[in-house]
Design a protein around this ligand. Structure first.
Ligand code: PMP
Ligand code: GLN
Length: 385
């Protein structure tokens, strides 16, 4: 075979994602996998029945570009009920192939070469590559342990006339922190009078604990007017493998989003959209029950780890728990996570995977979206460390 031409990498600093690496290592060593974030519970039975039903119907050809109308309408109704903002299902809601695609498509639609985009580190792993593939320049604001609150003076100092977009994530992966109403007001004050756009990753919107409210950008007219908001059915209905999510945005912004979306995927798996539309109408309470469901798991896991030498950081939302292992080891987090998987049978994600420049911290992330039995077996092993 002749040698293929040399391809200078467009993502020279990127390798395989840490989620793939750790899940593979967990499988190789038979470890309990609390690394990659996914639940080990079944999706709601009714949703599976509705999927079976639609698979037997005539919906095997392309869905509409923006998504099945009934699903867009169900989403618009949910968002209006929860956050008091009415999105037009026809022009302001688009179904995507997962949250990752929605985020990447929004970035494609907004960012041109030289545009600056503010992100908050720890930062979800797909954001920076997506910005850089579009020629954007990343500006990093730092969220600091233990509460990982945004520092609004730092954010203000990062803004420039070239700032196109601020990309935020609440509830936050990996830290489990959530933004407050005061954060939203600070953000509104920063962007007022500018053309800065917002991209809000709200895929964990239904996982907010201790009675707190999820501060969706949809609650704030000044913010929603300049925002793309992303949520994912993968998180809400325990179906990460279905890769279906949605994006909300005011019509002129959504028009630009759809221009990119149509050449990116065009449309999304049709039968699942119909099933999700039925399920949202049949069981609107499922999503609302998620906070109590996951709060119980968070509390179970934290209690089970109370006898360990791990120091648990606060967790106000999401299905992730950070743990500081500095009382156990001085190893860098990637080595600790590897050894934990291979020698102790519990896989976790090193926090440095979420930092563009790495971190000297001794912190790993556990996913607690698991049956109590899985969590207690993992905790037993962790308590022996
Ligand atoms: N954003 C965050 C913060 C996530 O944690 C994830 C998935 N874990 C996504 C986006 C992507 O969602 P999806 O799996 O629907 O692509
Ligand atoms: N978002 C999930 C996590 O944080 C993983 C998703 C993926 O593997 N791409 O673990």
């Amino acid at each position: 075979m002749p040698r293929p031409p040399t391809l200078p990498s467009r993502l020279p600093r990127v390798g395989t994602t840490i989620f793939t690496i750790m899940s593979r290592l967990a499988a190789e060593h038979g470890a309990i996998n609390l690394s990659q974030g996914f639940p080990d519970f079944a999706p709601p039975q009714l949703l599976l029945e509705q999927l079976h039903h639609h698979l037997a119907q005539d919906c095997h050809q392309y869905a509409p570009l923006a998504g099945v109308p009934a699903l867009r309408e169900a989403i618009a109704a949910k968002v209006a009920a929860l956050y008091g903002r009415q999105y037009d299902a026809e022009t302001e809601v688009t179904i995507t192939a997962g949250g990752t695609q929605a985020l990447t498509t929004a970035i494609m639609a907004c960012v041109r070469p030289g545009d600056e985009v503010v992100v908050f580190a720890p930062v979800y792993d797909s954001y920076i590559p997506a910005i850089e593939l579009n020629g954007g320049v990343v500006r990093v604001a730092t969220l600091r342990a233990p509460h990982y609150r945004p520092d609004w003076n730092e954010v203000r100092a990062l803004l420039s006339p070239r700032t196109r977009l601020i990309l935020l994530n609440t509830p936050h992966n990996p830290t489990g922190s959530i933004w407050s109403a005061a954060d939203m007001e600070a953000l509104a004050a920063l962007v007022r009078g500018t053309d800065i756009l917002l991209l809000a990753d709200e895929v964990y919107e239904h996982m907010v604990y201790d009675g707190a409210r999820h501060e969706s950008l949809a609650l704030y007219p000044d913010l929603a007017a300049r925002a793309f908001i992303v949520s994912s059915f993968g998180k809400t209905y325990h179906i990460t493998g279905w890769k279906i999510a949605y994006c909300l945005a005011p019509a002129p912004l959504m028009a630009e989003f759809r221009k990119a979306h149509q050449f990116n995927v065009f449309c999304v798996f049709h039968p699942a959209q119909r099933a999700l539309a039925d399920f949202m109408v049949a069981d609107p309470g499922f999503a609302l029950g998620l906070a109590a469901f996951y709060q119980a798991r968070r509390d179970f896991f934290r209690t089970a780890l109370s006898g360990s030498r791990l120091a648990l950081l606060p967790c106000a939302g999401s299905y992730f728990q950070l743990a500081d292992y500095s009382a156990l080891s001085d190893e860098p987090d990637t080595e600790f996570a590897r050894r934990l998987t291979i020698e102790h049978g519990v896989a976790a994600i090193p926090l440095s995977a979420f930092h563009p420049e790495g971190t000297g911290q001794r912190i790993v992330r556990f996913c607690f979206a698991k049956h109590e039995d899985t969590l207690s077996r993992a905790a037993e092993r962790l308590c022996r460390l």
